[in-house]
Ligand binder design. Sequence first.
Ligand code: NAP
Length: 291
Amino acid sequence: MEVGFLGLGIMGKAMSLNLLRHGFKVTVWNRSPSKCDELVEYGASTAESPAAVVKKCKYTFAMLSNPVAALSVVFDKDGVLEQISDGKGYIDMSTVDADTSSKISEAISSKGGYFLEAPVSGSKKPAEDGQLVILAAGEKTLYDEVIPAFDVLGKKSFFLGQVGNGAKMKLVVNMIMGSMMNAFSEGLVLAERSGLEPGNLLDVLELGAIANPMFKLKGPSMIQSNYSPAFPLKHQQKDMRLALALADEHAVSMPVAAAANEAFKKARSVGLGDLDFSAVHEIFKVQEPPS
Ligand SMILES: NC(=O)c1ccc[n+]([C@@H]2O[C@H](COP(=O)([O-])OP(=O)(O)OC[C@H]3O[C@@H](n4cnc5c(N)ncnc54)[C@H](OP(=O)(O)O)[C@@H]3O)[C@@H](O)[C@H]2O)c1
């Protein structure tokens, strides 16, 4: 299967490498061209624009940072829209809001192309290991056709119906995750400030009803203030913002998520946006102990 891949950030690089390792022919493009070099070493071809990738490939995947990037790659000069045509498929795996996805879907369909949104649950390591959870929605025919690629990228794919449902599912999941990360950070700080050993807290959590892979993975590095980015904090804050906008639309009150969003915003404002989202921990650590 010959596929295109647009966007070689943390996730896009791991995903396109996985496709190459499993025998797919992959043509890549990235806004900053130097990121294509490593993929070329593993056998990828490059193309000079999103349009050139779509011209060459029947199926093109994208993994871009946010709604602005997702729209730009489709609608701008030399974008996807210039070459999408009858029978070609575009699969956007970026985390965006349902409106962004719908705009892209309508534009692709108006040119005879097929569209699928397919955001993913899972971070850098699951992307490297082909263990993502894929939340697809849109053209069922296209979903069926690209299952061989989804089988390489993920451990499970869901087809959720009409465009927008994948985006919404992803935002709900990440809203819960961001709120959990805040509660976890507060707990680590409270444990330490009240004279407990944070490592012991991790052991206790691990054995109880709220044990989960995120606490297990992130806890030890958070205790060491190591925030090497797997999921950049700026993207987590974008997801909180988009989830809160979805809640506004449906008049759903989300005080916990709103507070978590404020903490992520504060973390961004002090320059932590490019670190892992667990760096929100630093915001709680800087509170002055009472004199
Ligand atoms: N990392 C995770 O754990 C994770 C997990 C699930 C979902 N996601 C979602 O997956 C997407 C990618 O995440 P990531 O962690 O791979 O992010 P990343 O490392 O920051 O990569 C972002 C990618 O988007 C490109 N980009 C940004 N703005 C652009 C623009 N205006 N035009 C064209 N390309 C643009 C970047 O190109 P340059 O290289 O030129 O900057 C890069 O290829 C995001 O929507 C994120 O929310 C991430």
